[in-house]
Design a protein. Structure first.
Length: 356
């Protein structure tokens, strides 16, 4: 096999149901000079056999078989052996359009770009929804603009950006991007273990990557297909320690920017993330995977809202840019109306399943 120009890292844990779809989409890429680093993270199903069967037919698949350590460690293991000029990440329950990596690579080469990103579809089984970015077809950011605007967007929203809380992490995913390998290797950029931060390992990774990037381009075209029907995804289920883990995440973000020059809006953006994050904390608490009674769940909701760090964040939280339903929701959080907040969470969870 010729040296790959793109290394695509796929962390895999018990994904036999979806893995073939993912691999088929990668092997069908119009960009043929790729390597697929498939990291089998201690799967107990037939994932490893599927990988082995595919490798027999295509030498571009490179299998790492290891004990289970989680998605962050799996991706880090992939980075450590990547041979490509660029590195991409794909989750094993997702898939990509045939021309995704060719289009991203050609644009990155033409612009001598450190990081390039596309948009994506959310796939629900019966239908798809494109994630809309209110931007031109192509946007280029140089180093000063990355530090002024893009880093702040990663940390959290300001002003009119707060109108749609579900867009909070639209910029922060790693699977919509290609990274110049030298950028990650020379700056020792790696993923933080989820046992420390609960979720959002992509966010910390991207904050570091963008901080060191000299340029960044965004192609406003949806090439990635993000599967939302997988209940076994790492983003599903109940996380009993999520509140403490998220404050570890926030502390790591604060420390990074304290140690590096940045603009004054970062702290307000992080403050807004903490407040908007009460939605995620609440949905985690009311999850069906949490088998506790309604009374116990309601007590946990109250504990979240009276947490001193969350109370302090809400003191500076501006509700004026939200549409009415979100104004009501976050007003209940801000004023610690735990019972109302709890029932609104139930409504939101119901609407997410019906409307999505």
């Amino acid at each position: 096999m010729r040296n790959p120009v793109i290394s695509i890292i796929v962390p895999i844990y018990n994904m036999e149901k979806y893995l073939k779809r993912c691999l088929d989409s990668l092997l069908a890429q119009t960009m043929t000079q790729i390597e697929i680093i498939a990291v089998n993270d201690g799967s107990t199903d037939t994932s490893l056999k599927i990988l082995s069967d595919y490798k027999k037919n295509d030498e571009r698949i490179n299998i790492i078989n290891k004990e289970n350590e989680g998605v962050s460690a799996a991706r880090n293991d992939g980075i450590s052996i990547a041979k490509g000029e660029f590195i991409g990440f794909v989750d094993p329950d997702d898939w990509v359009s045939r021309d995704m990596y060719e289009n991203l690579y050609q644009r990155a080469k033409n612009g001598n770009t450190d990081i390039i990103m596309c948009s994506y579809y959310r796939e629900f089984g019966t239908h798809s929804k494109e994630k809309k970015f209110n931007l031109p077809d192509l946007v280029t950011y140089e180093e000063s603009e990355i530090k002024k605007t893009v880093l702040r967007k990663l940390v959290g929203p300001l002003n009119e950006e707060m109108a749609n809380p579900e867009l909070l992490d639209a910029w922060g995913t790693v699977w919509t991007k290609l990274y110049r390998a030298d950028l990650l290797i020379e700056n020792e950029i790696r993923f933080t273990n989820l046992s420390e931060i609960g979720t959002n390992e992509d966010l910390l990774f991207n904050i570091e990557a963008f901080y060191y990037a000299k340029n960044f381009e965004f192609i406003n075209a949806p090439y990635y297909h993000y599967w939302r029907e997988n209940n076994n995804s790492v983003t599903s289920g109940y996380k009993p320690h999520l509140l403490g883990q998220w404050f570890t995440l926030y502390s790591k973000i604060e420390r990074f920017f304290i140690n590096n020059d940045t603009n004054k809006d970062i702290q307000l953006a992080l403050n807004n993330r903490i407040c908007i994050g009460t939605l995620g904390l609440g949905l985690n608490t009311i999850s069906k995977a949490n088998g506790e009674s309604h009374v116990k769940k309601m007590r946990k909701i109250n504990n979240i809202l009276v947490d001193q760090r969350i109370k302090q964040a809400f003191e500076h939280f501006d509700l004026s840019h939200f549409p009415l339903i979100w104004k009501v929701f976050y007003f209940c959080a801000k004023t610690r109306l735990a019972v109302s907040f709890y029932f609104l969470l139930l409504v939101i969870e119901r609407l997410r399943k019906i409307v999505r």
